[in-house]
Design a protein around this ligand. Sequence first.
Ligand SMILES: [Zn+2]
Length: 248
Amino acid sequence: MKKFKFFLILILTTLIKLSAEPPAGQIRILVITGGHDYQKDQFDQMLASLGENISYKIAELPAAYTMFLPQNRDKYDVLVFYHMWQEITAEQAIAFSECIRDGKPLVALHHGICAYDDWPEYYNIIGGKYFHKPTVFNGREYPACSYIHDVHFKVKIADKGHPVTAGLNDFEIFDETYKGYYVEPGVTPLLTTDESSSNSVIGWAKKYGKARIVTLQSGHDVPTFQNPSFRKLLKQSIEWVYNSGKNQ
Ligand SMILES: [Zn+2]
């Protein structure tokens, strides 16, 4: 009986140990929030719907700055930006940009495009920037951008051969639009729209250092969180950026 108990404990501790480690093929995403409200329950439901191969944790800025430090970079595989944070110190900026440049993949959503009015390197990381005020960037002056809530519009697939848009057709969305924001020349456009209150390119892929990046304009609120095409885009964006180390 004693022996049996010993083996039972051994089996149980092994099982507990195994479950603490991510299964092979598991993608651990770290969602960075802060600086903008959102519907947390429905946002979590969207993240939970992405499939068994994707698990998530949420970290809110400014506390989340520690997650960019070298000792914490192994705790997640892909960054997802859903923050609109503004303040950053020189030291934080170095850890942040190095983390991604050294190969941490990133998917940036919606108001992530509006963060860091005074940190231009961020625009180089995500390949875009919504300007809250007239801004000079790369020698060009951009006027303040504009936004409109609750717009029904059509999202067009610009690159049907790209893994991020695989299996997707043009789709309708009900979301906030942004207009007049900077998009880096040389990005790969993935999504466009003819909607007049929006930029025409509303989703793109690029690289920053060793990391693959996907940026998507959409993602303001619950109708988008629940949109099956948006969920598929988000899932495939996460999977594609994650694969960057393997395919090149
Ligand atoms: Zn918004």
